[in-house]
Design a protein around this ligand. Structure first.
Ligand SMILES: [Zn+2]
Length: 270
């Protein structure tokens, strides 16, 4: 599933392409056709991301809420003379002066009101990529919880936008045993987790992939082979089970926790 950095990058790309323009809005596949007709030829005001949710605000208080889920994706391309016919199941097409954006396969694509947005924001935890995020809201829950920190970091009502890769990597980078109960995490350690998420996820927005490996552990410094994985990016533990830890050479472990695969180094994370 795309993590928050992907959605923030989508929002930045959509703003750059469309802000202030009246867009041709269609649903070539048909499933969003009635809603598309309601916002067709109205001005695109702005897009913003909150965790894994994208909110696109149009004139007249119309807001499109998108959640990509597991399979959703945007294709945002420059317009060459006229837009190519849509390929595949395009739920939503936005056509501007110089750009065409196609949305395929989202879990949610719906027209909502500002009240719906307020309710959504209320049930989401702070998003490390937002300047208005208040980490104390997350800390208030984490510091009282007997659940493992690795599970708490995945709960969107506690911290929004973090997925399986960032949670595994941030816990490795800080040498934290992922099964440590939330209430046993020191306030100072939590602040380090939060700040590292802010840093790593911002890099993810800027370069469009998750890179978490410090320069001293990169292939060009250590001579090891670069990582090969469809997620791209250099990481310490995510999907590296049985491979040697990049720091201590202990084989990386994997186990299922709360229905998701957890990856960690048993030596570095004690
Ligand atoms: Zn290690």
């Amino acid at each position: 599933m795309p993590e928050g950095h992907t959605i923030h990058r989508n929002a930045e790309d959509l703003n750059e392409a469309f802000a202030g323009q009246a867009l041709a809005v269609t649903s070539p596949q048909g499933r969003f056709a009635d809603s598309a007709a309601r916002i067709n030829h109205t001005a695109f005001v702005q897009a913003q991301a909150v965790g894994k949710h994208l909110l696109m605000e149009f004139a007249n208080d119309a807001i499109v809420h998108v959640h990509l889920g597991l399979y959703g994706a945007w294709n945002i391309n420059p317009l060459v003379k006229k837009a190519a016919p849509p390929v595949g199941q395009v739920r939503l097409r936005l056509l501007g002066e110089q750009t065409v954006a196609d949305l395929r396969g989202p879990t949610q694509c719906e027209l909502v009101t500002s009240l719906d947005v307020a309710l959504l924001l209320n049930r989401l935890g702070p998003d490390p990529l937002r300047v208005d995020a208040d980490e104390k809201r997350a800390w208030n829950v984490i510091s009282k919880s007997s659940s493992p920190i690795c599970v708490l970091l995945m709960r969107q009502d506690i911290v929004s936008g973090v997925g399986n890769v960032y949670r595994a990597e941030v816990l490795f980078r800080l040498g934290i045993d992922p099964l440590t109960a939330g209430r046993d995490v020191d306030r100072k350690v939590w602040l380090k987790i939060w700040r590292d998420l802010v840093t790593l996820m911002r890099i993810g927005v800027d370069i469009g992939q998750i890179d978490t490996v410090r320069s001293k552990h990169l292939p060009e410094r250590t001579g090891r082979a670069p990582r090969v994985d469809r997620h791209g990016g250099e990481v310490y533990v995510y999907r590296r089970e049985s491979q040697p830890c990049l720091v201590c050479s202990t084989p990386i472990l994997k186990r299922e926790v709360a229905a998701r695969n957890l990856f960690w180094c048993p030596t570095c994370q004690k």
